[in-house]
Design a protein around this ligand. Structure first.
Ligand code: ADP
Ligand code: MG
Length: 682
């Protein structure tokens, strides 16, 4: 922003100290802040025919009063005024809240123009404005601002008008003219003016388009410049990975890799062999075989003389990974050990020592891995599994261990592309988009709770065929204790039901590590046939003989989580099933259940989930890492986001961007954000 925009807002005529204080409540400090305080909606004063108006839409109509207004009082301050009103042959009711004083302006037969919200079912307009006679304004679209304290929309509009008058000619364009031309975007000055003083809907749309693009481009430039800085920053360590040994290792796996697995292994190994510091996201749907990809890469790093660490979110998962990695790596003389909360005392001290002197090449663990006392001899690669469970901060701590290790983030959460490029724009991405051969679609059914009997019979049918079942218990927001209680209750009911026939296990977060281990062990060798569990089994657990999953109160889970849970079955050759026990009341809830029965594709699900819930809910608002855009909306403007990303990539890769004058504004923006000083965005 140039000088004019950085001036204190008090330099705008009419804005005194008192007003400035009020404006601070809206985080407006400078002229620029004021001009970028965009309307959150617009009032449309164009006269309309009620036939064209949708339910709950805002509208301005002209008509004649048909009844004397009546006023009802509720206490001292609250009241409701209403009267009958004829608009173009349609008789409706008009209601104003807490505006009893309007009564004197309303008399039977008089002509009025009313603006408000249309309720189609009740044939009522809840009014916000009233004018006598037929009033058709010249400027029919009028901005409405968020306000605070004593500020009003009118007042803010006046200050903005004044600011435009004083400083409008000094508004610089941060976007170079070639971009404005290419996309036929108005200049910044023009765009600001149209958004605050819209001449018509069409030109306002273009103005908005411009501001959306600018916001996205700046954001993406920041990301891409950071990514480039990260890439250019070598860790000075091009690992010598013996290709031949890797080939042998891959050939000795119990199955051939899928094409997609081969491709991503190649991408990752290329990064490891280069002197770049790898910062890569590996995305692959549940069951697509990410673990073996990680194993190959860790093997490569270890063969090159470095250590590797695998970090996972739960103890159960850590133990499973230790088991399967031991199976793959110990034949090559590579020891694998666990480091988690349950590894204590002498054992822990021993393992820490082995890590520090380099005798333990591979460690698998939970958060315990990022504690201060964990030191590595030569850490070359860090892999995190199900990375969305880790906070950004934890990821950073891990990345900073050792001497800039390469980092691979694995996730089965099929993040919609739109979000992935915003949240992970600073990473390279590898995608496994192919399932191992022979996998069958998991048949998914949605059953109402009163069909429980039949569901239990269905479980039994599978058990008789030698299969096993998961039963997942309701999720209670914010309360692990209640989750556990639910699991205990359901466990009791099922034990009763299947008494003498089948064994039912119980798993929840309150069990000790050793108890969990025993429960999992018993289930994986089919000593217990049914496992009742809270969502702790959600990620990564692998028991291929389990073919049926029942989820109680499925409507309480998000689609992404249901999909994760469902991924616990369908891991072997046999046909698998998932039953969602749910009685959702809302349309969205019903829609979710339907989508689950319709598709097995995690990416499709995630896109739908995003549409239904919005991005904040998708990761939980805190974790989303999405910046606050003023105008743009990641969900609705995702096409613009994609375009901006491509443009940002092109820009930072081009030599001109870093030298030519017309990019100065953009460059300064990136520098101000500290991207190039090696600072991290998170
Ligand atoms: P995820 O990507 O969900 O972590 P896993 O790595 O746990 O998936 O793999 C799921 C199952 O598929 C495991 O039992 C694994 O051994 C098996 N698997 C992985 N890759 C292949 C392959 N190329 N062919 C056959 N089975 C495979
Ligand atoms: Mg996995």
């Amino acid at each position: 922003m140039n000088d004019a925009m950085n001036r204190p807002v008090t330099e705008v005529a009419g804005v005194g100290e008192e007003t400035a204080k009020q404006l601070q409540g809206l985080r407006i400090y400078t002229v620029g802040d004021l001009l970028e305080h965009f309307p959150f909606r617009y009032e449309d004063y164009k006269l309309k025919d009620l036939h064209e108006v949708k339910h709950e839409e805002r509208v301005t109509v002209n008509g004649a009063v048909q009844s004397e207004p009546t006023v009802r009082y509720f206490g001292k301050k609250k009241n409701r005024l209403s009267f009958r009103f004829l608009v173009n042959q349609i008789l409706i009711t008009v209601t104003f809240f807490n505006r009893a004083f309007l009564k004197s302006q309303i008399s039977v037969g008089s002509e009025l123009t009313i603006t408000g919200k249309w309720d189609q079912h009740r044939m009522t307009i809840t009014g916000s404005e009233l004018h006598k006679g037929r009033e058709e304004k010249e400027q029919t679209i009028s901005p409405i601002y968020s306000v605070s304290g004593k500020l009003t929309t009118k007042g803010i509009h006046k200050f903005i008008y004044q600011a435009m008058n004083q400083y409008g000619s000094e508004i610089d364009d941060i976007l170079p003219s070639e971009i404005l031309h290419m996309y036929k975007l108005p200049s910044k000055k023009e765009a600001l003016s149209r958004l605050h003083f819209p001449p018509n809907a069409e030109s306002m749309k273009h103005a908005r388009r411009r501001m959306v693009y600018e916001e996205f481009l700046l954001f993406q430039l920041k990301m891409q410049a950071f990514r480039k800085a990260n890439r250019d920053h070598t860790n000075g360590r091009a690992l010598q990975v013996p290709d031949y040994e890797i080939s042998v290792f891959i050939d000795n796996l119990p199955f051939p890799l899928t094409g997609a697995q081969r491709r991503v292994v190649h991408e990752i190994i290329t990064d490891i062999q280069s002197s770049y510091r790898m910062n890569r996201l590996l995305q692959g749907d549940v069951g697509s075989g990410k673990t073996v990809v990680a194993a190959i890469c860790m093997y490569a790093v270890i063969r090159a003389g470095y250590q590797a660490a695998l970090m996972v979110p739960t103890e159960i998962l850590a133990e499973q990974h230790v088991q399967s990695l031991k199976g793959i790596l110990e034949p090559y003389g590579i020891p694998v050990e666990l480091l988690s909360g349950s590894v204590k005392g002498k054992k822990r001290a021993e393992r820490l020592a082995l890590l520090e002197n380099g005798d333990l090449p591979l460690v698998v663990g939970t958060h315990a891995l990022i504690q201060d006392d964990v030191k590595f001899h030569k850490l070359g690669l860090v892999v995190t599994d199900e990375q969305h469970r880790f906070g950004v901060e934890q990821r950073r701590v891990l990345r900073d261990k050792g001497e800039n290790p390469d980092v691979l983030f694995m996730t089965a959460t099929p993040i919609p592309r739109t979000l992935a490029i915003s949240v992970f724009g600073d990473m390279d991405v590898s995608i496994i988009d192919e399932m191992p051969a022979g996998r069958k679609k998991i048949e998914t059914y949605w059953a109402k709770p009163d069909m429980l009997e039949r569901v239990l019979e269905f479980i039994e049918k599978e058990l008789r065929a030698g299969r096993q079942a998961y039963v997942i218990c309701p999720l209670i927001e914010e309360s692990e204790k209640l989750d556990v209680q639910n699991a205990i209750d359901v466990h009791m009911i099922l034990e009763q039901h299947y008494k003498g026939k089948w064994k039912v296990g119980l798993m929840h977060g309150r069990l000790h590590a050793s108890e969990k281990e025993a429960v999992m062990e018993s289930f994986s060798v089919n000593e217990t046939q049914i496992l009742v569990s809270t969502t702790v089994v959600e990620v990564g657990v692998n028991v291929p003989n389990a073919t049926i999953m029942v989820i109680y109160d499925a409507e309480r889970f998000g689609l992404a989580q249901l999909h994760q849970l469902r991924g616990r079955v369908g891991r072997g050759e046999a046909q698998s099933y998932c039953v969602l026990l749910a009685d959702p009341k809302s349309e969205v809830g019903k829609e979710r259940m339907k989508i689950m029965t319709e598709t097995n594709d995690g990416f499709v699900l995630s896109e739908r989930d995003l549409e239904l819930r919005g991005p904040g809910d998708f990761f939980g608002a805190k974790q989303s890492g999405l910046p606050d855009f003023k105008v743009a909306d990641v969900v609705h403007d995702y096409r613009a986001l994609e375009v901006a990303r491509q443009d940002a990539v092109k820009l930072v890769e081009s030599a001109e961007f870093w030298t030519e004058k017309r990019y100065e504004g953009l460059r300064r923006y990136i520098e101000e954000k500290g991207v190039l000083n090696g600072q991290k965005i998170d």
